[in-house]
Write a protein that binds this ligand. Structure first.
Ligand code: ZN
Length: 447
């Protein structure tokens, strides 16, 4: 009889022991604070991830200490799940709001302290505790911006240079032209907090476009300074391009590989896909290529134009496409078309680094040269490419030959210039006086 009674007691004991071991576990909660820098700005949201898989979270407490004063940012208690289960919440992401004004904390060094406790029975039932301490710097002042350059004349579709100095180191700064951002690049002037930014006014941005420098410091404080400028409106030409059946028959087959199932499309439908969708897709590729320009000013003086060539189409020309006397599409031509002898050698417009040398949709065989600080030149419809990606080229080095690859009716060079992601009018860069007045003079006055 005693034997039979002993089994349930032993079982019960075993369950109690196992249970005690589980509920007495000694693992403190895991904690991950998402804070990219040690700066705390005037207002900021910190993300704190706490998890405790075994016993569940009991309490999370966050405070900032400065000059012996404590300011609690968060103090949260979590519900128990019952005698056996521990805490109900096993994982939690806390968004902690920091507002320097309401806390009354002043700028300077402070200590961020975080404590998380679980529902384990350890520490006489108080649970396991994890501490996290981080030295922080409270900074509520926006960076001060001093505009160093003085003359900012912008033509529609043209470029300018802005130089500015920041009162403190900022991870991000640059110039906003309307809604377009042009990043500031340091390293040209001796002082690390002095920046130079090539900016552009898109051909479709009007005379009322605002221009200002913005800077974001490590603590997330934003500084802003307007740039005094003058905008000249420009009238761009309009042109009509007639699309013929023989052009579609000759050109469209090479674009079939760009779109799945396009073999069934008519020549005209494929042309419209190429002229609209492929044009957009190619621009996205160009934007990626120019996204990280060299921090060296490679170029010098005026930019070279294809020798002995005639202008066939101008920058920002508005094109209406017709087919059998009907308007089928409209686009803007963001380069200059230059025609010379067939397969003419094409010189690099200035010194720089080849960042693209390959086929690119509507542009055909294309070379893109990075001249530094966000300035690029682009050569399209080539019949042959003589340079490789990564190669340095000097002004007048032959990079390839003109041709009619891509969406081109006849042999010509489509020449474009870009300031970061914006196509600009090459006429400015072919004009030494314009460069001297608008770029070189600015650099000299700041240096
Ligand atoms: Zn063109």
């Amino acid at each position: 009889m005693a034997v039979f009674l002993g089994i349930p007691i032993a079982l019960l004991l075993a369950v109690v022991i196992i249970f005690l071991v589980i509920r007495m576990e000694g693992q403190a909660p895991d904690m991950k604070l998402d804070m990219t820098s040690s700066y705390l700005g005037s207002s900021q949201t910190l993300s704190l991830e706490v998890s405790d898989a075994k016993s569940g979270i009991r309490q999370i407490w966050v405070a900032v200490f400065k000059n012996g004063k404590e300011f609690v940012l968060a103090d949260k208690s979590y519900t128990a799940g019952g005698f056996i289960k521990g805490g109900q919440v096993k994982a939690q992401i806390l968004k902690i709001e920091f507002d320097a004004k309401t806390s009354g904390l002043t700028d300077g060094k402070a200590m961020l302290r975080i404590r998380a406790m679980d529902y384990s029975w350890r520490q006489w039932g108080k649970g396991n505790t994890r501490y996290l301490e981080k030295e922080v710097l409270i900074d509520t002042r926006a960076p001060d911006i001093q505009i160093l350059s003085r003359i900012h004349n912008l033509n529609q579709g043209g470029a300018a240079l802005v130089a500015y100095k920041l009162s403190e180191t900022c991870p991000s700064s640059g110039v906003m032209v309307g809604d377009q951002f042009y990043p500031g690049i340091s390293g040209f002037f001796n002082d690390d907090n002095s920046f130079m930014t090539f900016i552009a006014l898109n051909h479709n941005q009007g005379p009322k476009t605002t221009v200002h420098v913005m800077a974001l410091d490590h603590a997330g404080n934003k500084g802003r300074a307007s740039v005094a400028h003058h905008i000249n409106a420009r009238n761009f030409k309009r042109d009509t391009i007639k699309i013929y059946d023989r052009f579609l028959a000759a050109k469209m087959p090479e674009f079939q590989s760009e779109f799945a199932g396009s073999a069934e499309l008519s020549g005209l439908d494929l042309f419209l896909k190429v002229n609209r969708d492929l044009r957009k897709k190619n621009y996205e590729t160009i934007k990626q290529i120019v996204a990280e320009p060299d921090n060296d000013l490679h170029w010098k003086g005026v930019f070279a134009r294809l020798p002995k060539s005639a202008n066939r189409a101008g920058f920002a020309e508005h094109r209406t496409y017709t087919f059998r006397n009907k308007t089928i599409d409209e686009q803007t031509h963001l380069g200059v078309d230059l025609a010379s002898l067939k397969k003419s050698p094409v010189p690099a417009a200035n010194t720089g680094k080849v960042v693209f040398a390959d086929s690119l949709g509507i542009y055909g065989r294309t070379v893109l040269i990075d001249h530094g600080f966000g300035l690029f030149s682009m050569y399209s419809h080539l019949s042959k490419i003589d340079v490789d990606k990564g190669q340095m080229v000097k002004k007048y080095d032959v990079i390839g030959n003109t041709g009619r690859s891509g969406l081109a009716g006849g042999d010509h060079l489509h020449f474009s210039m870009l300031v970061h992601h914006t196509f600009v009018n090459p006429l400015e860069w072919w004009d030494l006086q314009w460069i001297n007045n608008n770029i070189a003079a600015t650099i000299e006055s700041v240096r």
